[in-house]
Design a protein around this ligand. Structure first.
Ligand SMILES: [Zn+2]
Length: 248
């Protein structure tokens, strides 16, 4: 393990990050280890927090603690997409694209946030999928279950960055709302890095559906899905009409 990084980590580990009581979201760093992956050499840092009790992690590349303008991708957990390769969403493509890109950078990180199903949880996401199978669209299904379109919240993500002494980031996103939210929570977003996916066999489904209806995803039964990561994906070297032409 990088000695400097390890020393920096030891300092963070000793710090109590719960000084504000339960009214204010606060997190603390609890463990760090090396994480070699097929996308590059990373470290993984575990956090605990006083807000949702979830085990959020940062997957970091290079010397990020205390750094400025750190390239950051916020990824919300999607078990069905990330781990199981579901084609109902393109979460896995987005996660892989982020890890590949950051794995080639000097420094950067993915915050892997355990807010499954746009924040409604795995079981409720499956309930929503079931309602979609019966003909509801994504938004209608969420509303039928008593949720808003999007229950995600980036307060914990902002605190994770602050726990790592990171005050400014370059956010890897195609979604201006994510930038606004992080700024509301006190993180300086000095730049935006477009989150661009390379075309490959895995996002062919996305390309097809995007061709059918720009910006939204249509499944094999013609029902519409919203992108679960909240980001409209960009595929390298292609605009909507080029993608459409591929499938005519
Ligand atoms: Zn997903």
């Amino acid at each position: 393990m990088n000695a400097t990084l390890h020393e920096q980590f030891e300092v963070l580990l000793g710090q109590d990050r719960f000084p504000f009581g339960r009214e204010k979201v606060s997190v603390r760093v609890v463990a760090m280890a090396e994480l070699p992956t097929r996308f590059g050499e990373f470290h993984i840092i575990a956090f605990e927090n006083n807000h949702d009790g979830k085990e959020h992690v940062a997957i970091t590349k290079g010397d990020v603690i205390g750094a400025r303008d750190v390239p950051v991708r916020l990824h919300s957990e999607c078990l069905t997409g990330d781990a199981l390769g579901s084609l109902r969403c393109d979460c896995r493509d987005q996660l892989e694209a982020a890890l590949k890109a950051i794995g080639q950078m000097e420094r950067g990180m993915v915050l892997y946030l355990r807010q499954e199903g746009r924040g409604i949880g795995l079981t409720n996401k499956i309930r929503a999928y079931s309602l979609q199978d019966q003909g509801l669209d994504t938004v209608e299904a969420n509303h039928a279950l008593g949720f808003r379109d999007d229950e995600r919240d980036y307060a914990v993500a902002a605190q994770m960055l602050q726990a790592l002494k990171i005050d400014s980031v370059q956010l890897m996103t195609n979604n201006p709302k994510k930038i606004d939210q992080l700024r509301q929570y006190g993180i300086q977003v000095s730049d935006r890095i477009p989150h661009i996916m390379q075309p490959n066999e895995h996002n062919r489904f996305y390309l097809q559906t995007k061709a059918a209806k720009s910006g939204h995803m249509i499944d094999f039964h013609g029902k519409e899905h919203l992108p679960e990561q909240g980001d409209r994906p960009i595929v390298a070297g292609m605009n909507v009409s080029q993608i459409g032409a591929m499938f005519e």
